[in-house]
Structures are given as structure tokens and as C-alpha cells.
Design a protein around this ligand. Sequence first.
Ligand SMILES: *Cc1c(COP(=O)(O)O)cnc(C)c1O
Length: 495
Amino acid sequence: MEVLYGSTRGNGTKVRASQAVLQGLAPDGGLFVPDHIPALDKDIEELSKMDYRQTAYEVMKLFLTDFTEEELKTCIDRAYDSKFDREDMVSLKEAGGAYYLELFHGPTIAFKDMALSILPHLMITSARKNNVRNQIMILTATSGDTGKAAMAGFADVEGTGIIVFYPKNGVSPIQEKQMLTQKGNNVLVVGIRGNFDDAQSGVKKLFADKELAAEMEKKGYQFSSANSINIGRLVPQICYYVYAYGTLLRQGKIARGELVNVVVPTGNFGNILAAFYAKKMGLPLGNLICASNENKVLFDFFRTGAYDRNREFILTASPSMDILISSNLERLVYRIAGDDPARTAELMAALNGEGKYEITQDMKSGLGDFYGNYATEAEAGAEIGRLYRECGYVIDTHTAVASAVYRKYRQETGDGRKTVIASTASPYKFTRSVMNAIDGGNDAKEDFALVDELAKISGVKVPGAIEEIRTAPVRHNKQCDPEGMKEVVKEFLGL
Ligand SMILES: *Cc1c(COP(=O)(O)O)cnc(C)c1O
């Protein structure tokens, strides 16, 4: 059955998957949502025998229903190749009573590679299917990881270009160096003098700018989005939950049908929403544990039903979760509002205007799949140290938030179910914070000296992505104020 995509705020107009991928955001500012969540059409036993690429095909074919088998398989083969440093793509490490699902074996060593390595291929295929001749310009705001992963995915891909905005003082030194050394004739990266929400709001404004769109059209350009609002990112993220469950089954760690909890370190709510969709497809998942850092707007939402972004923006050691406007939550809100676009539009208008909204008691009862909690900076740091001392396993600062929240969850609920923790970045991406959590006293040391120390204590080889930037020349140095973003885009496109 064909899955069509409508807007969370819209009038019921629906588009095919390829059109939703191309457009990114719906024309009314809402997010595209599938009109139904398809059920897995293969038995979990059968899925558990498949490798990652086969599993990805089985999941993605159910959502991207206007792609042919050949188109989809070509996208999968081009994306999930030797860019990943493991043949099996992801790995599941047992440590301290949980299973860490390492999603960071791709080219930029963060989980975003899982989706952003395939998105360019989905997008070009979508353009071809819809007879789009314009060059697709990807416009993206990043809290650090999306930007690099998107640039790596789109660099020198014919028919595309990419512009990335990141908060100048809101990403780790390694993240920044990764971005500023990006090669490719079609890429531009710009530091914003502001925070991630400024960058994201600015990007949303550019997407909605009709005048700019008209000028671009004349020159043969159109925008699309590589942010996690694009269903072309959401759908590939569902696959690894199915694969993780299948792996546990194949390895005999769980019985068929046994419920497994999932903990996800959350920012924009994309990754955990993918877990929710996996559950709705029939994957036997138990609780979906949403872990926040000190920007705990989601924890407060799950506890009280009130979403309120009016608070201090805190810069933490897990910058990819430093977010106060969690975009993908809109898709969950739509769902618990009974797929009601008018109601969703009203709440999002309140978020836009007053920076807050409150859901009804009725809607709140739809949140039963989720448990929310948060970890302070001290708790997350302590978790890195503890796991290293007790198990010799080193995790990054984002995964540490999830791991610390998982401990709180167990203490609070006594739930002993098997649990998968999404491990979203390599510790090498946040070396300084990770090494400080393990032994402190590193202030005088250089970033790459710490990289070498991390290799020594963890026994994990320095990933290629880090080796590469050690000596790579910086290629970008542009900065602007949030108000200056449009000018920067026009200049880059020669408008
Ligand atoms: C993006 C990111 C997150 C947050 O993921 P969302 O899908 O935005 O919730 C967590 N950890 C890392 C390392 C990330 O890059």
C-alpha cells in the first residue's frame, strides 16, 4: 500500500515519498508525516538473518513506496559502502548491563552518517523521478554533527550544493575543524555569531522566503533540507533499531518477541522518533527512554505536558543536544493530537509566538511509550569515568547522557528489561571532554595529544576521520550574524 506524506499543519494535501524528500519541509511550514505507519512485512526471525543493507531495504521500501526496488537498492549500495569502517556498519557492545549500539562507524564518526550518507542518493533519485532540473541547494543548521555529515554526503555530488550554518562558539574544537577542512567545490560553511536555535530559526526563515525562492528559481536553484525534519533522514534511522533487535535475537541474547527498551540521547527528537516509528511498525520495543542534557526542555515536557523554550540556553559538553526547539517533536505532537493538523498548527503557532504550549490531558495519555529524564554535566562526566573504570569501555559525551539517564531509569523503575543505548558519536569527536571526565588535568594539552592518549587508554584505534583532519588545511573562515544569513546565501549563489 502506498504511503503518502501530508503536513503536520496542512490542509490534507499529500505528496509521494520522493516529493517529500525533495521538499524537506511542507509548504505551510509543517513537517511531512506518513499517512500511516506501515507494518514490517517480514518476520523478525527472518529479518534477524539479514545484514544491515538488506535490513535497510526491508524497512525503507515500506516508507519510500514510489522508489523502485532497483532505485532503492542502488541508493543503499552507494551509501553503505567502504565509507564505513565496519563491514557490518554498526556494532552492539555489551557493557555495564546494557547494549551500546555504536552508530558512529561512518565517515564523520557520528550517527548522523547513517542517514546523511544515503540522503544525497535519495535526493538525486527523487529529483530524477520528478523531472526536477534545478540544482538542489541543501541549506542546513547544525549543532555540530549534522553539518559535517551532510557536507561529507553532498560534497561534489552532481546537481547539488550545500550551505551549512553552525554556532561559532557552540561546537567542539574537533567538530569545528572537521567542518572547516571540508573539501568540495559545492560546499560552504559559515559560523553564526549566535546559538544553534538562532541558526535553525534563520534557516527556517530562508526556506519560507518566497522572494528568495523566486530569485533562485530564475537561476536554476531550489532549496532542500538535510536537517532531521526531512523524511529522507528519518526513514534510514528506523533501520538500525530493526537491525539491533535482529542482532540481539541472532546472538541469542533475547527470545523472539521479548521487549527491549531503547535509550536515545536526544536533541531534535529525530533519532528517538525513528525508534517510535520502529515500534509502531511492530518491532517489539518496550519503553523509549528520552535522555536530555541540562537543556532539559523535553524532560519537562514529558513530566508536565508543557513545552517551554523560555529558559537559558546552556552550552554543555554534548553540544549536539544543546537545543531548545526540538523540531521533530512536532511529529509526535501531531500523532497524539489524533493526526489533527489544525490542533498541531495552533500549538506550533503558540511555540513560535510565546515560545511555549501545553498539551491536553488527553494528548498526554498518548505519551505512554516514552520516559524522559536528564543528566547534568557532572552526572554525564561521572558516567564516562565509571564505565571506563568498571568496564574499560569509553563512550562519548552524548552517549554518556543516555547512559546516565538509563541508570536513573533503572533506579526509579526497577525495570530490568534488556536495553539498547544508542551510542551516537565516537569518543574521539569529543576527546577533550572525554579525557577530562576520565582523568582531568588536560588543560595545557593540545587536542591531538589528547587523541593519542585516548587511543592508549581505550585500545581503540584513532578513526580515519580524525587522522585526516590532523594536518588538513582549513578551507573555510566565513562568519556572520543571524541577520546576515540571507546575504551570505545570495553571495554564494551569485544572486
Ligand atoms: C544529533 C545528535 C544527537 C541528537 O539526535 P536528535 O536526532 O537530534 O535527537 C545526539 N548525539 C549526537 C552525537 C548527535 O550528533
